[in-house]
Design a protein around this ligand. Structure first.
Ligand SMILES: Cc1cc2nc3c(=O)[nH]c(=O)nc-3n(C[C@H](O)[C@H](O)[C@H](O)COP(=O)(O)OP(=O)(O)OC[C@H]3O[C@@H](n4cnc5c(N)ncnc54)[C@H](O)[C@@H]3O)c2cc1C
Ligand SMILES: NC(=O)c1ccc[n+]([C@@H]2O[C@H](COP(=O)([O-])OP(=O)(O)OC[C@H]3O[C@@H](n4cnc5c(N)ncnc54)[C@H](OP(=O)(O)O)[C@@H]3O)[C@@H](O)[C@H]2O)c1
Length: 241
């Protein structure tokens, strides 16, 4: 494994548990939507985890968005990094949650939970989705309203339909509950002003693995299935754990 050493130039705390790290000094080629392993040396061992790029490929600085899993070995330490600290970044970005894997369609649905919004923020700041899809819907589902991060950037994206879910407290302007239920009962389509249909939709999913399973089941009832190179379909996904 070959590692590049970068420097933290900013570590923004959105909440006690949510952070965004910007890193300079690492030059990488990747496609928007991909991830890379990032690492710290902890007690003499290099501890690495995959993180999706938040920045688009053309940005010289890298950005990662994370949550503190209190009992996890790496994330609490990432959250404590300060400007000037070293962060190791693997030299080989990877991953198939990319638009070059997704067939053309009328509507692109980007459905995320928690930190799973990260790869979509990278994609939405490239030209490809805007050229290829007539409607783009970004959905972000979080437990609490203060976890609706990057709102300013998102609300500045002209033409984007942005739908939020807040599941553990009431929040004006967000849907309640979970994405799969809101697909089943039509609330998500109503909020987005767009439809899930095998003839017109491509769906990308990212975040909690149980969400991926439950959304695939809800979409199966609407005639949408997993996309594979050899058996084209409608759903492309990436699980974060
Ligand atoms: C392809 C890929 C891309 C990823 N991109 C990101 C990213 O952009 N941002 C990010 O924060 N994490 C991302 N992850 C998860 C990340 O790699 C780590 O697992 C996470 O940072 C926790 O690391 P840890 O060492 O503290 O705990 P770990 O031992 O890695 O995880 C412990 C447990 O924490 C929970 N968990 C892990 N990641 C998350 C998460 N993101 N949100 C909620 N619960 C979680 C799971 O229950 C997991 O079993 C990604 C994972 C994969 C496979
Ligand atoms: N340090 C801290 O203070 C702190 C604070 C918060 C979290 N954490 C850590 O972060 C982890 C959770 O991170 P997170 O809140 O970003 O992720 P999450 O548990 O995946 O929750 C994000 C959103 O996904 C929803 N969801 C969960 N399962 C789903 C399913 N099967 N189908 C559809 N939607 C589903 C949740 O709804 P529901 O609300 O209905 O589950 C929530 O709206 C915890 O394990 C904890 O370790 C730490």
């Amino acid at each position: 494994m070959s590692w590049l050493e970068g420097r933290v130039i900013e570590n923004r705390a959105w909440t006690e548990a949510l952070f965004s790290i910007r890193v300079s000094g690492v030059n990488l080629r990747f496609e928007a939507g991909q991830f890379v392993r990032i690492a710290l040396d902890i007690d003499g061992e290099r501890v690495a985890r995959p993180f999706s790029f938040v920045n688009p490929p053309q940005d010289p600085e890298l950005e990662f968005y994370g949550i503190v899993v209190p009992e996890g070995p790496l994330s609490p330490r990432l959250a404590r990094l300060r400007t000037g600290d070293a962060l190791y970044v693997a030299a080989n970005p990877a991953g198939f949650l990319v638009l070059s894997e997704v067939p053309d369609a009328q509507t692109l649905w980007l459905l995320s939970t928690g930190t799973g919004i990260a790869p979509f923020l990278s994609m939405l700041r490239t030209e490809a989705p805007w050229k290829r899809f007539r409607e783009i819907v970004l959905v972000h589902a979080v437990r609490r309203a203060n976890e609706l991060v990057y709102r300013e950037m998102i609300q500045g994206m002209k033409g984007l339909r942005y739908v939020t879910f807040v599941s553990r407290e009431p929040h004006v302007g967000s849907l309640a509950g979970r994405i799969p239920q809101a697909i089943a009962d039509g609330r998500l389509e109503a909020a987005a002003g767009a439809a899930f249909s095998p003839g017109t939709s491509q769906v990308m999913l990212c975040g909690n693995p149980d969400m991926l399973t439950d959304v695939r089941a809800a979409l199966a009832a609407r005639g949408l299935r997993k996309h594979r190179r050899r058996a084209p379909g409608h759903i492309t996904s990436e699980s974060f754990w």
